[in-house]
Design a protein around this ligand. Structure first.
Ligand SMILES: NC(=O)c1ccc[n+]([C@@H]2O[C@H](COP(=O)([O-])OP(=O)(O)OC[C@H]3O[C@@H](n4cnc5c(N)ncnc54)[C@H](O)[C@@H]3O)[C@@H](O)[C@H]2O)c1
Length: 262
């Protein structure tokens, strides 16, 4: 079978949350470039509109929807509306996420400085918001007996590190476990649920700190490949999970981390 057929997503409808920047932007890019209709959802309206417009200017089928995934009612309404509008929903990337500050080796990153307000927001976005996204996607996919849901977790779900915050570790580990349970529950409905577990990617997260050479170097020191990733490097895995090339994959937490897990 040829790659174009194996990884075909043309004509499919996908939603990506956190689509205005970084990993979600790259996911939206690869899906729309390969013929999917992508609904890009993000809290940052200006950045979102700009990104969607740039894809549309290349003739791609892309919509922009302002959405805070911590607004659980809005998440449900948005996903149901997209499915109703298109009469289908094939893939949902629950990707939106925030760091909740730096890890304990950075100034004010130690546990004594953890703000419970920020802790709650991290949980609301990374855990509850991602679960609400997954749940709404599942509810429209189940009757059609088809669909692929992909949650962006993190290597911080798989092992502890001094670099991300306590809340970030907790939220990403918790959502990874939700993904496993959801895969069990949705398997009989032929809806697949997987998580990706990225290592350090140079994105806008944490005010873009991974783009600073010093911070990037501290992350790169933990990576066997010796560098942080560029956002384009998520594209292959995103296309795999959105397409039928991954038809027997569900319940997996897939590292994409330059070897960190080795
Ligand atoms: N960059 C990394 O090193 C790394 C590593 C592992 C996991 N991740 C995860 O990847 C995902 C994407 O992050 P990124 O690195 O591309 O960062 P990013 O900041 O470049 O992109 C995240 C996007 O999510 C949006 N967003 C934030 N809160 C939102 C909310 N409540 N509702 C809707 N959108 C919201 C932001 O506006 C932004 O456009 C996150 O879940 C993050 O935790 C990133």
């Amino acid at each position: 079978m040829r790659a174009e057929q194996l990884f075909d997503v043309s004509g499919r409808v996908a939603i990506v949350t956190g689509a205005a920047s970084g990993i979600g932007l790259a996911m939206s890019d690869v899906l729309s470039a390969n013929g999917a209709h992508v609904v890009m959802a993000d809290i940052a309206k200006a950045q979102l509109d700009e990104a969607a417009e740039s894809f549309r200017s290349e003739g791609r089928r892309v919509d922009a929807r302002v959405l805070d995934v911590a607004d659980l009612v809005a998440v449900d309404e948005t996903i149901r509306a997209v499915a109703a509008q298109h009469g289908r929903l094939d893939t949902v990337f629950a990707n939106a996420g925030i760091t909740g500050g730096p890890g304990y080796t950075f100034p004010n990153g130690d546990m004594d400085h953890v703000s419970f307000e920020l802790w709650d927001r991290v949980m609301q976005v990374n855990l509850t918001g991602a679960f609400a996204t997954l749940r709404a996607a599942a509810s429209v996919m189940k009757p059609r007996r088809r669909g692929s849901i992909v949650v962006t977790s993190s290597v911080a779900a798989l092992r502890a590190s001094h670099l991300p915050s306590h809340a970030y570790h907790a939220s990403k580990a918790a959502i990874a476990q939700v993904v496993r349970v959801a895969a069990l529950e949705l398997g009989p409905h032929n809806v697949r649920v997987n998580a990706i577990a990225p290592g350090p990617f140079a994105t806008g997260i944490g005010n873009g700190r991974l783009r600073s050479p010093e911070v990037a170097a501290s992350f790169a020191a933990t990576v066997p490949l010796g560098r942080v990733a560029q956002t384009e490097e998520i594209m292959g895995l995103a296309l795999l999970l959105a397409s039928d090339a991954s038809s027997f994959m569900t319940g997996a937490i897939i590292p994409i981390d330059g070897g960190t897990q080795a």
